[in-house]
Design a binder for this molecule. Structure first.
Ligand SMILES: *[C@@H]1O[C@H](CO)[C@@H](O)[C@H](O)[C@H]1NC(C)=O
Ligand SMILES: *[C@@H]1O[C@H](CO)[C@@H](O)[C@H](O)[C@H]1NC(C)=O
Ligand SMILES: *[C@@H]1O[C@H](CO)[C@@H](O)[C@H](O)[C@H]1NC(C)=O
Ligand SMILES: *[C@@H]1O[C@H](CO)[C@@H](O)[C@H](O)[C@H]1NC(C)=O
Ligand SMILES: *[C@@H]1O[C@H](CO)[C@@H](O)[C@H](O)[C@H]1NC(C)=O
Ligand SMILES: *[C@@H]1O[C@H](CO)[C@@H](O)[C@H](O)[C@H]1NC(C)=O
Ligand SMILES: *[C@@H]1O[C@H](CO)[C@@H](O)[C@H](O)[C@H]1NC(C)=O
Ligand SMILES: *[C@@H]1O[C@H](CO)[C@@H](O)[C@H](O)[C@H]1NC(C)=O
Length: 450
């Protein structure tokens, strides 16, 4: 089966017949059950060549210690079998995985040609973490982009293959595929990029909430933190989603995945659930969208682009599409999946889209997920602070409930969670930290220590 041919088509084909039962329990399986989506694959940006750097420990590209990033991990989970994995692209766009020895490993395709089943990476890329209550340090030796530091209570399985245009592709654990070979493992990740501008690192709950992680960056900008969620976050979120499902009849409870003993393991985002269950939430937003469309047929919706275009007025002229001044194309009414995922339908950004369009999309989608369009002041987006988010129904209850769990309210729960009003008082919902000259990235596994 041509698993790597077209990710979207494969995802749909593979999900057919796997309707989720209640309680949702993962059934880890073999490579044949991998489901490839943009969320769990990372393709090299360099055409694949089986060059001399392949399948060997690559000496760090730079001996410049300024490129190194020190990482310290505190294990606050009552587990003594924790491992870390670091994956990403080096500055040349080559896929790299950090080895326990501290150097990069550049996997090769292991005989793969386009269209065959991905092969497991057999090289040891698990970095053992210390027992509960201890710190473990390691160094990321050189610049890395689109990188993730994964943590697992046990081991994760990574695969490589070639995508249809011949680029080496890393196939990572998927939180939403019940048959993923790592499905029964409690895991999570932080995303980061290091380059000459410094370190950018974030906590993301855009796709799921799993193993609780918190981040701290120390460097020339002082100390910045995103504390993440507490140790029992997954079960608390599952309870809240269950209550919401009882109250509005929507399948919020189905977002919760339990392990084979019935313990809540992770919570997947509604977009990912809809990918597997296309009818889910289908009419959830319909009435709200009609109200938004009606309101902005008589009064302009003003988008603050927070960029050169300044304030841009939009209107639902003729009642079908929303049209914005200076924008190269209008917006159709979104589906539920479009709203939760922010990257399909009217929110899909095309290469030819102009700056106004690129500024409007995130602000429109954020206003839907946070349900701020019909509030007083909602005619200017963004303008209301986070105390107004998720205050009316329908709303993105996954995002609302995840943010309620976040110890400091920070951490993306949907793709455009970094949209904030211009006079943001620090209530910046994103869990993104950056420092031009980082000295230490500290990560806590298993919830904050106090
Ligand atoms: C394969 O990966 C490359 C690099 O990320 C990308 O440009 C290309 O579109 C991908 N091909 C397919 C068919 O997805
Ligand atoms: C390549 O894949 C095969 C089949 O999964 C595996 O047995 C072998 O160890 C792999 N080799 C490398 C170098 O990863
Ligand atoms: C772990 O490291 C942090 C600093 O990152 C330090 O405050 C703490 O005391 C250390 N804990 C242990 C048990 O070594
Ligand atoms: C988080 O960081 C990664 C790596 O820098 C970046 O690619 C990704 O877009 C960020 N996520 C969000 C939701 O901004
Ligand atoms: C970090 O410090 C630099 C230099 O002082 C400054 O330009 C930048 O805005 C700061 N960034 C953050 C996120 O505080
Ligand atoms: C946008 O709409 C506001 C509110 O009606 C109005 O005051 C403003 O003049 C409009 N701006 C433009 C450029 O049309
Ligand atoms: C606009 O659409 C709504 C919902 O479909 C409908 O109730 C309303 O009559 C329409 N208004 C106009 C002016 O067409
Ligand atoms: C929110 O925080 C991120 C990361 O620090 C930053 O890039 C963004 O500009 C902030 N947004 C606002 C409106 O302050």
């Amino acid at each position: 089966m041509p698993l790597l041919k077209t990710f979207a088509a494969v995802a749909i084909a593979t999900f057919v017949g796997h309707s989720l039962a209640v309680p949702v329990v993962p059934h880890p399986s073999v490579a044949n059950d991998l489901v490839l989506t943009p969320e769990n694959t990372l393709s090299e940006t360099n055409p694949y060549r089986n060059g001399p750097h392949r399948n060997g420990h690559k000496i760090p590209a730079s001996s410049n210690s300024a490129e190194e990033l020190s990482v310290s991990v505190y294990n606050n989970l009552q587990s003594d079998s924790m491992n870390a994995y670091v994956t990403g692209l080096d500055p040349n766009g080559i896929l790299v995985c950090l080895t326990p020895g501290g150097s990069w490993f550049a996997p090769k395709a292991n005989g793969s040609i386009s269209g065959i089943i991905p092969q497991i990476i057999t090289e040891d890329i698990a970095i053992p973490m210390g027992d509960y209550g201890t710190n473990t340090s390691f160094t990321i030796p050189s610049y890395v982009q689109s990188a993730r530091i994964w943590f697992a209570d046990g081991h994760l399985k990574f695969y490589t293959g070639l995508n249809a245009t011949g680029y080496l592709t890393l196939v990572e654990p998927s939180p939403s595929n019940q048959h993923d070979p790592s499905a029964n493992v409690n895991w999570g990740f932080v995303e980061l990029t290091t380059n000459s501008d410094g370190l950018t690192v974030n906590l993301s709950y855009v796709d799921f909430v799993g193993l609780p992680l918190g981040i701290k960056v120390q460097g020339s900008n002082g100390t910045q933190t995103a504390l993440g969620v507490p140790a029992d976050a997954v079960s608390s979120i599952c309870s809240a989603l269950s209550a919401q499902a009882s109250s509005d009849g929507q399948p919020w409870d189905k977002l919760c995945i339990s392990d084979s003993s019935g313990n809540a393991l992770r919570v997947i985002a509604p977009y990912d659930y809809i990918q597997q269950n296309p009818g889910a939430f289908a009419s959830y937003w319909t009435r709200y969208i009609s109200q938004v469309w009606a309101k902005y047929s008589t009064t302009p919706l003003t988008i603050d682009t927070q960029a050169a275009a300044g304030l841009v007025n939009c209107t639902t002229l003729g009642n079908s599409t929303l049209t914005c001044d200076g924008d190269n194309r209008p917006y159709e009414r979104p589906s539920a999946g479009d709203i939760f995922g922010c990257n399909t339908g009217p929110f899909a950004i095309e290469e030819t889209d102009n700056d106004v369009h690129r500024a409007v999309v995130p602000r429109l989608c954020a206003a839907f997920d946070r349900s701020t369009f019909l509030l007083r002041g909602g005619n200017v987006q963004p303008s209301l602070d986070s105390s107004h988010y998720y205050t009316t129904s329908p709303t993105d209850y996954y995002s609302k409930i995840v943010h309620e769990q976040e110890v400091d309210g920070r951490g993306y729960a949907f793709a455009y969670d970094d949209v904030n009003p211009p006079d943001d008082d620090g209530s910046n919902a994103s869990g993104l930290l950056n420092d031009p000259d980082p000295s230490l990235l500290s990560i806590t596994i298993g919830g904050p220590t106090s």
